[in-house]
Design a binder for this molecule. Structure first.
Ligand SMILES: CC(C)(COP(=O)(O)OP(=O)(O)OC[C@H]1O[C@@H](n2cnc3c(N)ncnc32)[C@H](O)[C@@H]1OP(=O)(O)O)[C@@H](O)C(=O)NCCC(=O)NCCS
Length: 179
């Protein structure tokens, strides 16, 4: 299933620039590739994926990433500076969505881009009340950001299989205010 994108809309950020949010569709796969590779290069420790791996992916792999996912970018004019994705995970309850592949360009952090992208994705699926995200335990800034955005740890933890001793911690946000 490919979730239906909603129309793009504009808002103002704290820095005074115009921030436009736009859903991507599969024909935007090259833009997705560009931004995703920027994210992996910029913040390799924040993700389990590898730049070298995804850099060699063919078009079909990128197009497949739109199945069951709604991708949003934050941009100012043609300059894209943020990326996030809402995913429906098959083996999970149908009323849950999962935020993944979240990234904001370092020069644009702290201006509300992530807050705006997550709200955009929530608005696109108003019946979904349960939003989940995995965060690596040593990604302290991201953990603080999610807590600031109203997420709470679920108590679930997944050790990484790479022997590093690191683990992923799950956070949940409920739009109905429950914890
Ligand atoms: C995590 C990340 C996406 C946050 O994006 P962002 O656009 O800077 O976040 P926002 O500006 O929307 O901030 C959301 C809230 O968190 C706060 N915040 C932002 N950065 C913070 C930090 N480093 N520490 C504490 N709070 C922070 C903001 O003040 C804001 O709260 P407010 O609106 O009440 O002031 C960005 O830092 C990033 O791309 N990091 C590298 C990749 C990464 O870690 N991805 C997450 C993988 S799970």
């Amino acid at each position: 299933m490919t979730l239906r994108p909603t129309a793009g809309h504009e808002l103002r950020d704290g820095g005074g620039g115009a921030m436009e949010l736009r859903a991507l569709d599969a024909d935007d796969w090259q833009l997705l590739r560009d931004v995703r590779l920027r994210a992996l290069k910029d913040s390799p420790a924040a993700y389990l994926a590898d730049y070298e791996d995804e850099e060699s992916w063919p078009e079909a792999n990128w197009r497949r990433r739109f199945a069951g996912s709604l991708w949003v970018v934050a941009q100012e004019g043609d300059r894209v500076f943020g990326l996030a994705r809402a995913v429906r995970v098959d083996e999970r309850p149908p009323d849950e969505r999962h935020f993944e592949s979240v990234w904001v360009d370092p020069g644009d952090r702290g201006t509300g881009a992530l807050r705006a992208m997550l709200r955009y994705l929530e608005d696109a699926e108003p019946r979904i009340t349960d939003w989940l995200v995995w965060v690596l335990n040593d990604n302290v800034p991201a953990r603080k950001v999610y807590e600031r955005l109203g997420f709470h740890p679920t108590g679930e933890r997944q050790p990484l299989a790479d022997g590093s001793g690191r683990s992923e911690i799950r956070f949940r946000f409920r739009t109905d205010g429950a914890e």
